[in-house]
Design a binder for this molecule. Structure first.
Ligand code: CMC
Length: 379
């Protein structure tokens, strides 16, 4: 066997072949199935984009209507899942709740008929339909309220905001949230997607695939960064404090949240779109107190870290948008998960089409041929 050079974090190592999304990190290009993210954000919807990602092409009108109809009618949670959620600690992180609920779906639909197109279709519909309901239900239940039932008259994005905030959202807010979901739906082989693919490659059920990906997305170096951005802006506190804050981070070699990316060495195209969405929301509903700090931070970092390719990533402006939509900070990552389910499912399907179990190798750095020392003789 050829021995390859070890790359920490598998940086630059191709782990799959994929036709789902394309990134050019030098030019700031992101495409889903060949269509630019800018065009999809402007012209598509999250569910149409999900169809594109998962089934490989844009749907016809009847195909889209059927897909939307199916999802609309599978949004409700089983009572047993809601009962299970009642046992969760209110102070637990919503990502942990979501991971448990996604895995629990597998208890109800564990047939694992991975060669049956109907099973695949049903799993796609159930996961896309129920994940938002789980996130909203946990939010209400941890406040001691009953979850709000999904509203069949509302589309995907509007229904989530309705279930979360217990009132119908403003149409601009709902449209902007739908665009946010589109922007977060897919991003090549990032950590959570890789996790989904590894899990998928064992031919386990899709609920386990999504649950493993949710667990991976939860970390602060991945999806969890957008929560930390808001904490950081709050901690900075004022525009005047930005420069000393950045200097201190550079001196201490600490990471500035919402900046830097393994692939993008320019401003993430999703950050550019999100910034414009944030401005639209501020124009209608009032400016966020942290926006000026964010602008100054971007400016100072472009002066001091651009030479290292450190620019705003998708997480930098998404938190400001979510705050304006009434989404609590610790739901930012679950909201990311709602969107990314589409990408995970697309990669799950693609993995099944040409499956080989992931089983990389390692370079052993430990000791060998050691004698066993009995407990009584150890120092
Ligand atoms: N703040 C300060 N310096 C940074 C940052 C940052 N956020 N990101 C990278 N750098 C510097 C880093 O110190 C290094 O400098 P040097 O060469 O002098 O050691 C150089 O830029 C290259 O960084 P790297 O560590 O090789 O980059 P990486 O590809 O391993 O890390 C990253 C990528 C996303 C983990 C990292 O940029 C980071 O920790 N960012 C903050 C967390 C964050 O915003 N995460 C969200 C990522 S995007 C959404 C997602 O994938 O979920």
């Amino acid at each position: 066997m050829t021995v390859c050079e070890y790359k920490p974090g598998l940086e630059g190592v191709p782990a799959t072949q994929s036709g789902i999304s394309y990134v050019d990190g030098q030019q700031g290009i992101l495409e889903y199935r060949g269509i630019s993210i800018e065009e999809l954000a402007l012209k598509s919807t999250f569910l149409e984009t999900s169809y594109l990602l998962i089934w490989g092409g844009l749907p016809t009108k009847p195909e889209l209507e059927e897909f939307e109809y199916e999802i609309r009618h599978h949004r409700r949670l089983k009572y047993r899942i809601r009962d299970m959620m009642k046992c969760f600690p209110e102070r637990g992180h919503p990502m942990d709740a979501l991971q448990a609920c996604a895995a629990a779906l597998g208890l109800f639909y564990s047939k694992r008929a991975l060669d049956d197109p109907t099973y695949i279709q049903n799993a796609v519909v159930r996961l896309l339909a129920k994940i938002p309901t789980m996130v909203a239900a946990f939010q209400l239940m941890r406040k001691g309220n009953d979850p709000v039932q999904p509203c069949d008259d509302l589309d995907y994005a509007a229904n989530f905001l309705y279930m979360l905030n217990e009132r119908e959202p403003d149409p601009l807010a709902a449209r902007i949230f739908d665009i946010c979901l589109t922007l977060h739906a897919e991003h090549t082989i990032n950590a959570s997607t890789f996790s989904a693919m590894v899990t998928a490659s064992t031919l386990t059920d899709p609920y386990a695939v999504v649950a493993s990906a949710v667990g991976t997305l939860a970390g602060p170096l991945h999806g969890g960064a957008n929560e930390e951005v808001i904490d950081m802006l709050q901690q900075i506190g004022s525009v005047e404090n930005v420069r000393p804050f950045v200097d201190e981070c550079i001196t201490r070699k600490s990471r500035i949240m919402g900046f830097g990316h393994r692939v993008y060495k320019v401003k993430d195209p999703r950050a550019t779109i999100l910034q414009k969405l944030a401005e639209q929301l501020f124009a209608k509903f009032g400016r966020d107190e942290y926006y000026d700090i964010a602008l100054e931070l971007e400016q100072v970092i472009s002066e001091k870290l651009a030479h290292k390719g450190v620019y705003p990533n998708v997480d930098f402006y998404s938190g400001l948008v979510y705050r304006k939509l009434g989404i609590p900070t610790d739901l930012f990552t679950p909201v990311f998960a709602i969107a990314r389910v589409a990408g995970w499912l697309a990669h799950w399907k693609e993995q099944l089409e040409a499956n080989r179990i992931f089983r990389p190798t390692q370079i052993y750095t430990g000791r060998r041929n050691q004698a066993y020392t009995p407990l009584a003789e150890r120092p």
